[in-house]
Design a protein around this ligand. Structure first.
Ligand code: FE
Length: 171
């Protein structure tokens, strides 16, 4: 009887926790994922490797790039918020997303100035600026100066690095 009671209590606790979590698979099994905690994370790659799906690990921790026109968000325009898929940090609102012909989801501004970090990237013989998550330091994509007004910036992101929640899904 005691065992059954414990099992019921654990199930209830699990369901309660899940109802407060985002629905994406990676977020549900990631203890560092939070859309409200702004504390910077210092988690090493060995730990992330155990938590993140392979493609997300390759992009976020090894700077891989998903193929253009293949990601799930490159042409979406539904109202909502884009969070870091690794840690849940709010990154972009849909109102800052614009149709770009580059094949990756593109935005002209972040939600907050410190939503992201910028690093010089001279790999592949190019001078680019890498964009990383301001909370977990994961690679998101690059920023270019050919975006639309008012900022004229183009945050060129990997879809796999983003976790989208539509406004219509908010409770
Ligand atoms: Fe992050």
């Amino acid at each position: 009887m005691k065992t059954i009671l414990v099992a019921v209590l654990i199930s209830f606790a699990y369901l309660t926790a899940c109802s407060q979590q985002p629905t994406s698979q990676q977020a549900m099994h990631n203890p560092y994922y939070s859309r409200t905690d702004t504390q910077k994370l210092h988690v090493d790659n060995a730990a992330w490797k155990k938590i993140l799906p392979d493609q997300l690990y390759a992009v976020s921790r090894e700077n891989a790039t998903e193929r253009a026109f293949t990601g799930k968000y490159w042409k979406t325009d539904e109202p909502g918020t884009y969070y870091c898929a690794v840690c849940g940090n709010p990154l972009f609102r849909s109102g800052a997303k614009f149709a770009s012909s580059c094949g990756w989801p593109s935005f002209f501004k972040t939600i907050r100035p410190n939503s992201v970090l910028y690093l010089a990237d001279n790999s592949y013989g190019m001078e680019r600026t890498e964009v990383r998550c301001g909370r977990c330091n994961s690679h998101l994509g690059h920023i270019f100066d050919d975006g639309p007004p008012p900022t004229h910036k183009r945050y060129c992101m990997n879809s796999v690095s983003l976790d989208f929640e539509a406004d219509s899904m908010k409770r």
